[in-house]
Design a protein around this ligand. Structure first.
Ligand code: S3P
Length: 436
């Protein structure tokens, strides 16, 4: 099957209003929490991306009743005690969030299960989750002593730990919290740099008490979750592609509505502002534990290079590929540092971003913990690899809005991992005849 897409050089204005699909992190968690809680949980705005569908399929194999009706999902559960031991493997597909958070959930269950993902998941480090879970008493075995999938989990009784996070990772933090919910005692997690806090917020939405102060999170084990309604905001990580597109294309103006504006995720907004983008934000009034949402409007902008590092990195880790493209159009040098985590994403995103943008003529070099980009540079066309990584594929596709020649993206279908209607949205905002 041919799995590539060719986009014509498309040097035209981009205009319009979009509602990007639901947030991937929150969609995953809505299924997991709904399956752990007793009662009927309803979810609105669910992301029907491949990763979140993997999460649904894993819980269906555990016997949880999940009904999908468009972007509305209903999860009916009698709590974890009612789950059945699966007689098949749990396939987590391309999803690191599914794999890591499920390890935390299953560790304290009363069943045996085996988790397997695709070839990208098989390379991603699991030791970072297995290690703290084993300290809690978890029985997990796997390839290379439990460092890689396939992983087998024998659910057992867990005890709370006091854990200082060695890397800023919401997946690791969430796995520990979900295990901690089932453990005896108070689980304490200490974060040097704050990572996305969707798990903490959702714990409260489902009726649990969790204390977060000065980078220390405390959760009493044994609390039961109560089913509720979850509204999933638009994914700011998906919105980022169109924010950058409008900032770099000529005579453009795009408005994105109902986007999640959780401060642990809005690093991309800070970067755009700091680079000089013309950006307006309207935040909708929110309540404490709900996810903040709002609309973001952006226009073609005169941009300048900046340094991006430190505590900002966890707040924009998934946006770095598209930020690198943005930096090719900014005056001066952009330095991205402290981002070694990019090497263990769906692919090594330092290598992938640098290699693919170089093919288009970008002035970009890889460093040990990021990249250095000089701009502005006119980008040419070319044939780009996605490496099976949705965000690398979308970065290449957005480059076509300013490139002087056509851009072909290989293995483009991976984009459906997080943004199934990406190309439809690109067509909707483009004024180009070839895209319409
Ligand atoms: C996610 C956390 C981040 C992010 C990933 C989704 C989550 O990973 O890159 O796309 O849903 O918790 P890490 O926590 O490993 O940094």
């Amino acid at each position: 099957m041919k799995d590539s897409i060719k986009l014509q050089a498309n040097q035209v204005a981009l205009n319009g209003t979009l509602k990007v699909p639901g947030d991937k992190s929150i969609s995953h968690r809505s299924i997991m929490f709904g399956a752990m809680a007793k009662g009927k949980t309803t979810v609105d705005g669910f992301l029907l991306g491949d990763d979140c569908l993997s999460t649904i399929s894993c819980f269906q194999k555990l016997g949880v009743d999940i009904v999908v009706d468009g972007h509305e999902v209903t999860i009916t559960s009698d709590g974890m005690e009612s789950w059945k031991e699966p007689d098949e493997i749990l396939d987590t597909g391309n999803s690191g969030t599914t794999t890591r958070l499920m390890l935390g959930i299953l560790a304290g269950s009363n069943i045996h299960s085996v988790l397997v993902g695709d070839e990208s998941i098989a390379k991603r480090p699991m030791k970072r989750v297995i290690e703290p879970l084993r300290q809690m008493g978890a029985k997990i075995s796997g390839r290379s002593g439990g460092q890689f999938t396939p992983l087998a989990v024998q659910g057992t009784d867990l005890k709370a730990i006091d854990y200082t996070m060695p890397v800023a990772s919401a997946q690791v933090k969430s796995a520990i919290l979900l295990a901690g919910l089932q453990a005896t005692g108070v689980t304490i997690i200490r974060e040097k740099e704050v990572s996305r806090d969707h798990t903490e917020r959702m714990l409260r939405q489902f009726g649990a008490t969790v204390n977060c102060k000065d980078g220390v999170i405390q959760l009493q084990g044994g609390q039961k979750l109560a089913a509720t309604h979850v509204e999933v905001p638009g994914d700011i990580s998906s919105a980022a592609f169109f924010l950058v597109a409008a900032a770099i294309a000529k005579d453009s103006s795009i408005r994105l509505e109902k986007v999640g504006l959780n401060p642990t995720r809005t690093g991309i907004i800070d970067v755009l502002k700091n680079m000089g983008a013309q950006l307006e934000i309207e935040v909708e009034p929110d309540t404490e534990d709900k996810e903040p949402i709002g609309s973001v409007s952006i226009k073609t902008s005169e941009l300048h290079g900046i340094e991006i590092g430190g505590e900002l990195i966890p707040r924009l880790i998934d946006e770095i590929p598209i930020i690198a493209l943005l930096a090719t159009q900014a005056n001066g040098t952009t330095v991205i540092k402290d981002a070694e985590e990019l090497k263990v994403k769906e692919t090594d995103r330092i290598t992938a971003v640098v290699e693919e943008l170089k093919k288009l003529g970008a002035d970009i070099v890889a460093t040990d913990d990021g990249m250095i980009i000089n701009g502005p540079v006119t980008l040419t066309g070319g044939v780009l690899k996605s490496y099976g990584d949705h965000r690398i594929g979308m970065m290449g596709a957005i480059a076509s809005v300013i490139s002087t020649g056509p851009i072909e993206i290989e293995q483009a279908s991976c984009i459906s991992v997080s943004y199934p209607n990406f190309f439809e949205h690109l067509r909707n905002v483009s004024t180009s005849e070839t895209l319409r």
